[in-house]
Design a protein around this ligand. Structure first.
Ligand code: PLP
Length: 387
């Protein structure tokens, strides 16, 4: 039987970005001690404070169908957080709770794209982006961010890609590059968005991980709130990756249409998870501060471990829990380097190619193992590059 074009077109024609990660997991299953620096999942698990809340909520009976768009309290707490982080007043009715930021992205594209519409993504991009656009029936087109300009978005390339498009997706702080967009960059983006009458999808799941400068949301720029869809999540900020709690914030008419999508797909997220999410937002300041301190420390550790390397260049990331290593001076492709690193040194990293052409010749390192292990792995990568 034939599968739909929609589903068969989802995978990346240039190959599976996670192939090396899958191989690393396979090696682990064979009992090999692999250092996994290839996925943005915390080494420390969801804190007891939040697990206790989940457990107590289940025991108190919150195990039935839950409010589709999120409970009133949770939407209120998210609206308050978004008002604070963006500086743009946000009402609870403009918030939809989703199973993770990833589902918020998918919902956003489903809500604004018709089949065949172009959606602009910035290369390098988070590896799910092109798949998400295609799954929603759209066509991803790329604008460039130049590795030799700190991976800041190239506005000329953006203007060219935006011509005739329906939507633009940006991500600051950025995975994989660590770039944080300046006010000037965001104003340049805003101009292009207005001129081309685009929806702007702003993925801000790393908004609490800024090392250099400040997080700025385009939602706060004049005239942008009505065409901006903000994506947020507790996965990165509160070590809740497995709980699948995210949100989308958008104009009233867009959010009003989302219950139909939830009825047709997820039916919302579990009530006991919503209770834990509310607790995280109301009482999780220490958790968030600890996550922040952990990655800030590891970022500095990585900069120190690679300082003075001959064939690796690390441009200090301004935000997010990754570092990008420029290994072009080794003369190896990122794929070959990463493959040998995994097979011979048992260290798994992501070759840049999985994030787009602009990341070729780079390795993305997730700072998600404990400090000493991270330092040893980085020194081993340095040794391999310099040998
Ligand atoms: N957006 C970016 C840039 C990410 O890096 C991730 C996860 O790594 C997500 C969205 C999705 O996160 P989640 O679905 O866990 O909220």
């Amino acid at each position: 039987m034939k599968l739909s074009d929609r589903i068969t077109r989802i995978p990346d024609p240039e190959g599976n970005a996670w192939a090396l990660f899958d191989r690393a997991r396979e090696m682990q299953a064979q009992g090999i001690d692999v250092t996994i620096l290839s996925i943005g999942d915390h080494d420390e698990r969801t804190p007891d404070l939040l697990l206790d809340r989940m457990y107590n909520a289940t025991r108190a009976g919150n195990t039935g169908y839950a409010p589709l768009m999120g409970s009133a309290d949770l939407r209120q707490a998210i609206a308050e957080r978004v008002s604070r982080t963006t500086g743009s007043p946000t009402a609870p009715r403009q918030v939809a709770v989703t199973p993770g930021g990833q589902m918020a992205l998918f919902n956003a594209f489903l809500a604004v794209l018709d089949p065949g519409d172009h959606a602009v993504i910035v290369d390098p991009y988070y590896a799910t982006y092109p798949l998400t656009v295609r799954a929603a029936g759209g066509v991803p087109v790329t604008a460039r961010a130049d590795p030799d300009r700190g991976f800041q978005i190239d506005l000329d390339s953006l203007a060219a890609a935006a011509d005739g498009a329906r939507a633009l997706l940006i991500n600051s702080p950025n995975n994989p590059t660590g770039a944080v967009y300046s006010r000037q960059t965001l104003e340049g983006i805003a101009e292009i968005v207005r001129t081309n009458d685009l929806w702007l999808i702003s993925d801000e799941v790393y908004d609490s991980q800024v090392w250099d400068g400040h997080h700025l949301s385009p939602r706060a720029l004049p005239g942008l709130a009505e065409r901006t869809i903000l994506i947020g999540s507790l996965s990165k900020s509160h070590r809740m990756t497995g709980s699948r709690v995210g949100w989308l914030v958008g104009p009233d008419a867009l959010v009003d249409a989302l219950p139909d999508l939830a009825v047709a797909s997820t039916y919302g997220i579990p009530g006991f998870i919503q209770e834990a999410a509310l607790h995280a937002l109301r009482h999780g300041q220490e958790v968030e501060a600890d996550v922040h301190a952990t990655y800030a420390r590891r970022r500095n550790l990585a900069i120190a471990a690679l300082a003075g390397a001959n064939r690796i260049r690390l441009s200090p990331p301004q935000g997010a829990m990754y570092v990008m290593l420029d290994i072009r001076a080794t003369g190896c492709t990122a794929q070959d380097f990463a493959r040998e690193l995994l097979e011979e040194d048992h260290i798994a990293v992501m070759p840049g190619d999985g994030f787009g052409r602009s990341a070729r010749g780079h390795l993305r390192i997730a700072l998600t193992v404990e400090d000493e292990r991270l330092r040893r792995a980085l020194l081993q990568i340095r040794k391999r590059a310099d040998s």
